[in-house]
Write a protein that binds this ligand. Structure first.
Ligand code: ADP
Ligand code: MG
Length: 340
């Protein structure tokens, strides 16, 4: 922890420090860089993006009792995730994440120690990815802790990766492993202790910024999205936006050793784990001829990239091989229902 910040006593709450006191505390501990011309402290932040690049902006809301419950929430993980979900969106567009703005609605009885842990988590990921916290807004909330994070990044205009560029014949790839976060959540809600390597995927998901940027730079990804709601649901967005169909093989879905082991003992949990969200891996489509380049990128970044299916013409709809190798058909319209 930054030694400039006075230690918070256990019982201190936001009411003791006040909104401006909290902003001052946040301001004391942030880093900056030469691209931030004006950070916290004026009416707007003033930041630059490299010439020839376009601005990417994304925002996510995290509302107490809607997205999280205080009694189950690790405040460090909440801070980390508040940044991670947004950085993952920048990754999915092929961009470089640069600036973060933080909106906080805080009940006045909130312990300052909790807020410091929240900031520890948020700033740890910002530091890891060279993202600068350069502004925000802080208010007292009459109900619940409410967090709104905006992240901005940039990307050369011709390298923007959207959801709408998938073409019939493309192979479908996914990075890393799927289902670890859902498995951790499942175990936590059942009072079991997840293995550390599974818990960390739930509490501290890693946005795949380097992968997204590399794929965009090489012009490899025709369409890309981050897996936040679950692979079926997120692939569904690509199919809808690109107006195409697909065939995937669920037996090819990349699983961690821990998830494989768990599903070996609890096979009835397969759908729940595989369809779970919050992996924040990247799902993208690319020409089949790019397979070797993708394998090289995977080796270079030390991150697995697995082909799981093909894009088809729209009239084929969506179909998938289930765990027993049976081909299941789903109409394109049935996709959302299927993913839920
Ligand atoms: P204004 O009245 O112009 O909205 P504020 O008094 O709300 O200004 O905020 C003062 C400065 O502190 C601004 O630069 C704002 O961006 C920053 N700020 C406020 N809340 C936060 C926060 N939660 N995190 C980071 N910066 C913040
Ligand atoms: Mg304000």
């Amino acid at each position: 922890m930054d030694k400039n910040i006075p230690n918070t006593t256990e019982n201190e709450t936001l009411a003791h420090l006040g909104e401006f006191g909290l902003i001052a505390r946040i301001q004391q501990r942030i880093k900056t860089n030469s691209q931030v011309l004006i950070g916290i402290g004026d009416d707007c932040s003033v930041c630059t993006i490299p010439p020839g690049e376009v601005l990417l902006t994304t925002k996510d809301l995290l509302l107490e009792d809607v997205h999280f419950r205080r009694e189950w929430t690790d405040m460090y993980a909440l801070g980390w995730k508040s940044a991670a979900v947004n950085l993952s969106d920048i990754a999915a567009m092929g961009g470089t994440a640069r600036y973060l703005h933080l909106g906080l609605g805080i009940p006045s009885h909130t312990p300052l120690a909790d807020l410091e842990l929240f900031m520890d988590g948020l700033l740890a990921l910002c530091d890891q990815e060279d993202v600068i916290l350069c502004g925000g807004d802080t208010c007292r909330s009459a109900q619940g802790l409410n967090i709104s994070v905006t992240v901005q990044g940039s990307v050369p205009q011709q390298e923007v990766c959207t959801r709408s560029g998938a073409r019939p014949g493309d192979a479908i790839f996914v990075s890393g492993t799927l289902g670890d976060s859902a498995l951790a959540l499942l175990q936590l809600t059942q009072g079991e202790k997840p293995l550390d390597e599974i818990a960390v995927r739930h509490h501290r998901p890693q946005p795949r910024l380097e992968l997204g940027r590399t794929l965009a730079q090489h012009g490899v990804a025709h369409a890309m999205i981050d897996v936040s709601d679950g692979i079926f649901s997120d692939l569904g967005h690509i199919l809808a936006c690109s107006k195409v169909g697909a065939e995937v093989d669920t037996r090819l879905f990349p699983l961690s050793r821990a998830a494989k082991n768990y599903l070996h003992h609890c096979p009835d949990r397969r759908a729940q784990v595989l369809r779970g969200g919050e992996d924040y891996e990247l799902l993208f489509t690319a020409a089949v001829e790019e397979q070797q380049l993708i394998a090289d990128i995977s080796t270079r970044l030390g991150l697995s990239i697995t082909p799981v299916g093909r894009i088809h013409p729209p009239e084929d709809g969506f179909r998938y091989f289930d765990h027993s190798g049976t081909l299941q058909h789903t109409s394109a319209g049935g996709f959302n229902h299927f993913g839920s």
